[in-house]
Design a protein around this ligand. Structure first.
Ligand SMILES: Cc1cc2nc3c(=O)[nH]c(=O)nc-3n(C[C@H](O)[C@H](O)[C@H](O)COP(=O)(O)OP(=O)(O)OC[C@H]3O[C@@H](n4cnc5c(N)ncnc54)[C@H](O)[C@@H]3O)c2cc1C
Length: 399
């Protein structure tokens, strides 16, 4: 073992992004991933503000841009499927300048391809135990074997098991809603379009990146209790109009459903000894924020840069990583709380007001400016960090 051997737990987005940058700084990252193969499927994610600059520095922006979903518009419908409003997708989702949106699976593949062959990926395995020594961490793997690494990075998501090993059980901040995402046949023939339908306490959306692509359905409902199982979905969405009965029918026969509470990870510290947290494991803002991917990329960039600059002093690197990243994270966590609150309208009155606002928006002479004002907090949060430009913590690569 050398002080350049780093174990990363989790090959989602944060893990491979860190591995690529550590590699370029001369480290030797190993990534252990619980899933037996790289996870495909999933939803679309936004990359905004500072994170687009990170992708450029990683030399991956062009590849990401080429995979942009190219979503054209967002349509709001009533319970009979009649159109309430149709809006430009980029405008409504607060994407500006070089911001982009891509399928999570495409980003995973781009990050993996950028590291395959140079980074050791151990798939279908997990960390069983961690024991810190003066010069490293002894890691026992569930699949057998023990290895020593200089550092361990927990990039294993919202419910990080590595985090639990070093910090114990940490309570998640439940934002009062649950979300389910699953594929349905694209029977509506959606072509780079997303459709939303809202009722008090529940919201359903569906989108497809092309008429030949499967459609993704999202179901969001208000929930006081954080721990629920997906079996509640049929009950919670019973009686809704539009296509919802059809979606529930597909759901009955679907095994691959993403189902979780909208929850945040809020921690006073992101490291313990030689173990450091990254991405959702450290500061999940909840899917409602639409910023988790960007935060994971920015965090990976800063952590890699600080480790390179610290010359083996991991404590200094972890402190500087945290000091630089925390104000940006706080801003985006606050955004997540607000967006989760806006996602599911509470009662009949607020739903009716919202639909009325949507319906009349097209007549508003300053429609564009009005929407830009509403989405400004998102682009501000996405840019609420200045990336270091010193050669020690930043390197440039052609994008
Ligand atoms: C429905 C939904 C919609 C979203 N929409 C957006 C959006 O529009 N914009 C945006 O920016 N973000 C969005 N996000 C958030 C975004 O997906 C996450 O913030 C981002 O993926 C965080 O990356 P990560 O690598 O930290 O964690 P993850 O992507 O969760 O990756 C964690 C990895 O660790 C693996 N793992 C788990 N446990 C273990 C273990 N014990 N050992 C080894 N490996 C393990 C997992 O299999 C996974 O591969 C959304 C999230 C969801 C769920």
């Amino acid at each position: 073992m050398t002080d350049r051997d780093v174990l990363i737990s989790g090959a989602g987005l944060a893990g491979p992004a860190l591995a690529q940058q550590l590699l370029r700084h001369g480290f030797r990252p190993t990534v252990v991933e619980r899933a037996p193969a790289l996870r495909d499927g999933g939803y679309k994610v936004d990359i905004r503000g500072a994170a687009t600059e990170v992708l450029k520095r990683m030399g991956l922006y062009s590849a990401a841009r080429a995979a942009d979903t190219g979503m054209r518009h967002v349509t709001y419908v009533d319970r009979n499927g009649r159109r309430i409003a149709r809006l430009d997708a980029d405008l409504l989702m607060g994407r500006r300048g070089d911001d982009l949106e891509m399928m999570r699976t495409d980003l995973t593949r781009i990050l993996y391809d950028a590291t395959a062959g140079a980074v050791e990926y151990v798939l279908g395995d997990t960390i069983a135990t961690l024991a810190e020594r003066p010069d490293g961490v002894d890691v026992t793997f569930a699949g057998g074997g023990t290895r020593r690494f200089a550092l361990v990075v927990a990039a294993d998501g919202l419910h990080s098991a590595t985090r639990r090993m070093v910090l114990g059980e940490v309570p998640l901040r439940h934002l009062g809603a649950h979300i389910a995402i699953f594929d349905v046949p694209n029977e509506l023939g959606l072509d780079r379009e997303e459709v939303f339908y809202t009722e008090p306490g529940r919201m359903v959306f569906v989108y497809a990146t092309g008429p030949g692509a499967p459609a993704k359905v999202g179901m969001v409902f208000g929930s006081a209790e954080p721990r629920l199982g997906r079996e509640v979905l049929a009950d919670r969405f019973a009686g809704m109009g539009w296509q919802v009965p059809r979606f529930l029918e597909v759901l009955r026969d679907t095994r691959d459903v993403y189902f979780d509470s909208l929850s945040q990870v809020v921690l006073p510290r992101w490291s313990a000894g030689r173990v450091v947290l990254l991405g959702d494991a450290a500061h999940c803002p909840s899917p409602a924020a639409g910023q988790g991917t960007s935060m994971a990329l920015v965090g990976a960039h800063l952590l890699a840069g600080e480790l390179a600059a610290a010359g083996g002093d991991h404590r200094a690197a972890f402190d500087r990583y945290e000091a630089r990243l925390r104000p940006y994270v706080e801003r985006n966590l606050a955004l997540g709380v607000k967006m989760a609150g806006d996602m599911v309208p509470g009662g009949r009155v607020s739903t009716a007001i919202r639909n009325y606002g949507m319906r009349t928006l097209k007549y508003h002479p300053l429609k564009r400016r009005l929407i830009e004002r509403v989405t400004r907090p998102l682009s501000e949060a996405a840019n609420a960090i200045e990336l270091p430009s010193s050669p020690a913590t930043c390197w440039s690569a052609p994008s």
